[in-house]
Design a protein around this ligand. Structure first.
Ligand code: SF4
Ligand code: MG
Length: 298
């Protein structure tokens, strides 16, 4: 396929059915902008998503896509990347999908360091299934599943990622387009596993806590409270200890690049691993070889 000029519109597909004002619109637009700025073609990208409102993003982005099972985007995405290292592989989903149902996969993907990007649209609620308390819901969050307020503290995905050796960690905000596009570009260019957690407000279900007269977790609240690390003089995103300190200091309410480390990706550890996509390896996929392989399992 010959290369053609791309623009954000190149990656526009179906019209999203998200609620008007949903933060996921910002993530989709940022991803389309980032892909265009990187000069990628639709056939060079594969978006693998889980289940949830945010999991529909690959239907709205013009590229290869796989809509997988709940919480299973990461194992599938890693398989896609290992089978075809030439693809830019992006796994995506929400906080319930990634940090609840798929939590086990999350920490292992982090330490495995396959060269791919994981974008989590974190709205602290199960949106698609009508507003249940999610793994990142704050203490006190009221919903059908916690009518008296959640008694549990939230999962801290940024800290989990740092603790398990994630080689690139950042947090964006769906209403800060400039920063989000920049973070997605960095995440894709990073050679290893990149976690980009995006604060992506749910405008339908996420407003049960009021603090100082203001609803927590809505756009205005994030705008007011997010501490931008990229405007923090002296912040060093190659210092893991400093990254932990800032997360503790600001209760994870930060945005920007949190941590980046240059270390070999999973592929670089594997002896004899080839960059050639499996689909191009005619010598192992020719009919007699395949028949022989299949025959061994009869
Ligand atoms: Fe977005 Fe919430 Fe609507 Fe789902 S329910 S589309 S997360 S605003
Ligand atoms: Mg959610």
């Amino acid at each position: 396929m010959s290369a053609t000029l791309v623009s954000p519109r190149t990656f526009v597909s179906e019209t999203p059915t998200w609620c008007p004002g949903c933060g996921d619109f910002g993530v989709l637009r940022a991803l389309q902008n980032a892909a265009a700025k990187l000069g990628l073609q639709p056939h060079e990208i594969c978006i693998v998503s889980g289940i949830g409102c945010s999991g529909k993003i690959n239907s709205y982005f013009n590229a290869y896509g796989l809509h997988t099972l709940h919480g299973r985007s990461l194992p599938v995405a890693q398989g896609v990347k290992l089978a075809n290292p030439n693809l830019t592989v992006i796994a995506s989903g929400g906080d319930g999908d990634g940090y609840g149902i798929g939590a086990g996969h999350f920490m292992h993907a982090v330490r495995r360091n396959v060269d791919m990007t994981y974008i989590v649209m974190d709205n602290q609620v199960y949106g698609l299934t009508k507003g249940q308390t999610s793994p990142t819901s704050p203490t006190g969050f009221e919903s059908h599943t916690t009518p008296h307020g959640s008694a549990e503290g939230p999962v801290r995905p940024l800290r989990v990622a740092l603790a398990n050796g994630c080689s690139w960690v950042a947090q964006g905000f769906s209403a800060d387009m400039k920063q989000l596009v920049d973070l997605i570009i960095q995440a894709i260019q990073h050679k290893g596993f990149s976690l980009l957690n995006v604060q992506s407000p749910c405008v339908t279900w996420r407003e049960t806590i009021v603090e100082d007269g203001q609803k927590v977790g809505v756009y205005e609240w994030w705008k007011k409270h997010l501490h931008k690390l990229d405007e923090d003089p002296g912040y060093n995103p190659t210092d893991r200890g400093m990254a932990f300190s800032k997360l503790l200091e600001y209760d994870d309410i930060v945005s920007g690049l949190i941590y980046a480390e240059d270390r070999p990706s999973y592929r670089e550890y594997l002896k004899g691993y080839t960059d050639r996509p499996m689909a191009d390896m005619a010598e192992i996929l020719d009919t007699p070889t395949l028949e022989d392989l299949v025959g061994q399992f009869k």
